[in-house]
Ligand binder design. Structure first.
Ligand SMILES: Cc1cc2nc3c(=O)[nH]c(=O)nc-3n(C[C@H](O)[C@H](O)[C@H](O)COP(=O)(O)OP(=O)(O)OC[C@H]3O[C@@H](n4cnc5c(N)ncnc54)[C@H](O)[C@@H]3O)c2cc1C
Length: 494
């Protein structure tokens, strides 16, 4: 719609007939801003989407706090909301085809068009000035190896089970129609989002390992979540009736890089998605879409400026996504301090960040404070300052939250730096992420005397002692922490 209203010729290719179910019902303030800017605020009222007053967090023992929205926004039924956006785009002059994009057309390095298979069964080839990949978790450009590979990121290896329910006790007063986050332990949480006067969306989120322990089926894990995750959730859903199919998403946190190139760019989930706890997804996608529209329109007007425009778009997206991700990391690492930040001197910043104001040219003071705390680890201070500590800091930043990497050790032997990772399983996604990380380390610190090893449970016995190594990350249960110790040498070389 943003390009069509500038008079450009736009084709929207969508594979699913709308309206269709989609997860992601709670919008942030920037989502609300977008809706108002494109002139849909009145229609939102006509659809009776609940106005969202804020986010309420309920801790394991029942402690609660509330963060209000900065600007008016809504809870939406995505089937209707996405259809509204599509119809609005068409009203602005965009053309819509029901079909699946199957491939890109290249002219040398440049993307110059697409092939698609329409619902009517036609195969079509289309030429265009610019392709925008908005394929969501389908990561189309990445799958076609035009964009970079999809790499699992922090917060992957989680599973979410969700559906819609009636008969759930509502919040009252100023918190009526809030998003509620029920928090139990790290990475165990639930959402409750009112999406109409009598229906709420409820999702239970667990690490994959925990899901297996809770019966390993969506039904069993949902029953466990409603019954045991949080006492308030249990109480409020006592009379609840499920009125939608159960949906399941897993391993949904990832990044694609690069995500722009000659003749194309990615928007929203097609290049990045991070843990949904603060409902950033749809609003980030809308903020990026506005920047993408500016970029594409300017690149079409002045093709010689395209490389610079694309680089600046990528920087903008990375800034916003990065700050949203830092906020989420901080919540999981320091939940009690997070609550404190929402009440104390950084309250206004936290309200802004939760509204999606993650794209400001300079980071807000709260972001700097959180970043300093996240980057600070006592073990790093024990490593001699210089190359080794810089490498350790990089490992810490990347893997402190990385499920699947149970531990990472760094050992110094004269000038050599040896890094050992203990992985929870033999998994190609984990190896790919480690390989990328190694390439980045080598590019930034040089290959000389830098060795990286990884060990999975089946070969852990082959791992030499790490008694003299610095444990940069160690999430293993206490019983496993004494391991591994090689016979005799008590200290060594990998
Ligand atoms: C468990 C979970 C909970 C979430 N909760 C929230 C929340 O509360 N609030 C929030 O804002 N976000 C939430 N999100 C995130 C949200 O769902 C996404 O971030 C958001 O929908 C991204 O929008 P998008 O336009 O990038 O992709 P999508 O909305 O996924 O749209 C992509 C579209 O592309 C189409 N498509 C894909 N491939 C092709 C192809 N080859 N050809 C043609 N069409 C194609 C798809 O059919 C789809 O309609 C959640 C996500 C998860 C996993």
């Amino acid at each position: 719609m943003l390009l069509a209203q500038r008079g450009l010729s736009v084709l929207v290719v969508e594979k699913d007939p709308f309206p269709r179910y989609h997860v992601g019902e709670s919008l942030t303030g920037t989502g609300g801003d977008f809706i108002a800017r494109v002139g849909l605020a009145d229609q939102m009222a006509a659809f009776d989407f609940p106005a969202k007053p804020g986010v309420k967090v309920v801790g394991r023992e029942g402690a609660k706090y509330f963060v209000p929205v900065l600007r008016p926004t809504w809870q939406v039924r995505r089937a209707e909301f996405d259809n509204l956006l599509l119809e609005h785009a068409m009203a602005k002059g965009a053309e819509h085809v029901l079909g699946t994009v199957t491939d890109v057309i290249l002219d040398g390095e440049r993307v110059v068009g697409l092939t698609l298979s329409t619902a009517a069964g036609d195969e079509q080839s289309l030429r265009c000035s610019m392709v925008i990949d908005a394929s969501g978790q389908g990561v189309f450009m990445s799958r076609k190896e035009i964009a970079g590979p999809r790499r699992v990121a922090a917060f992957s290896r989680q599973i979410a089970l969700y559906s819609q329910f009636k008969g759930v006790e509502p919040d009252v007063g100023e918190q009526f129609n809030s998003t509620v986050i029920f928090y139990r332990d790290t990475y165990h949480w639930a959402w409750l989002i009112p999406i109409s006067s009598d229906t709420v969306s409820i999702g239970i989120v667990l690490p994959t390992t925990s899901y297996k322990l809770r019966g390993g089926t969506a039904k069993a894990a949902m029953a466990w979540g409603l019954g045991h995750l949080n006492a308030e959730l249990t109480e409020r859903t006592r009379e609840a009736e499920q009125v939608e199919d159960m949906h399941v998403s897993r391993n949904y946190s990832y990044r694609v890089d690069p995500f722009v190139g000659p003749g194309w760019l990615c928007v929203g989930d097609s290049h990045c998605f991070t843990d949904p706890i603060f409902s950033f997804g749809a609003s980030l996608a809308m903020t990026e879409a506005e920047a993408a529209a500016d970029t594409v329109a300017a690149a079409i007007a002045d093709p010689s400026a395209e490389p610079e425009l694309l680089a600046s778009y990528a920087h903008y997206c990375n800034t916003g996504q990065g700050r949203a991700s830092e906020l989420i990391r901080y919540f999981w690492k320091f939940p009690a301090f997070f609550k404190f930040l929402t009440q104390g001197q950084y309250r206004d910043d936290l309200i802004r960040l939760l509204a999606g104001d993650c794209f400001t040219p300079e980071p807000l003071p709260a972001t700097l404070e959180m970043r300093a705390n996240l980057d600070d680890s006592p073990v790093l201070q024990r490593i001699p300052a210089g190359r080794a500590r810089d490498i350790a800091a990089r490992i810490y930043r990347r893997f402190d939250f990385f499920q699947g990497v149970d531990a990472a050790f760094l050992e110094l032997c004269e000038d050599a730096v040896m890094i050992s990772f203990i992985l929870s399983e033999d998994d190609i996604d984990l190896y790919d992420s480690l390989r990328d990380f190694e390439e980045q380390l080598v590019a930034d610190f040089g290959r000389d005397d830098l060795a990286i090893f990884s060990f999975t449970p089946d070969i852990i016995d082959a791992m030499p002692s790490v008694a003299n190594a610095f444990p940069i990350v160690d999430r293993r249960p206490a019983a496993q922490r004494a391991m591994p110790q090689a016979e005799g040498d008590g200290g060594g070389m990998l």
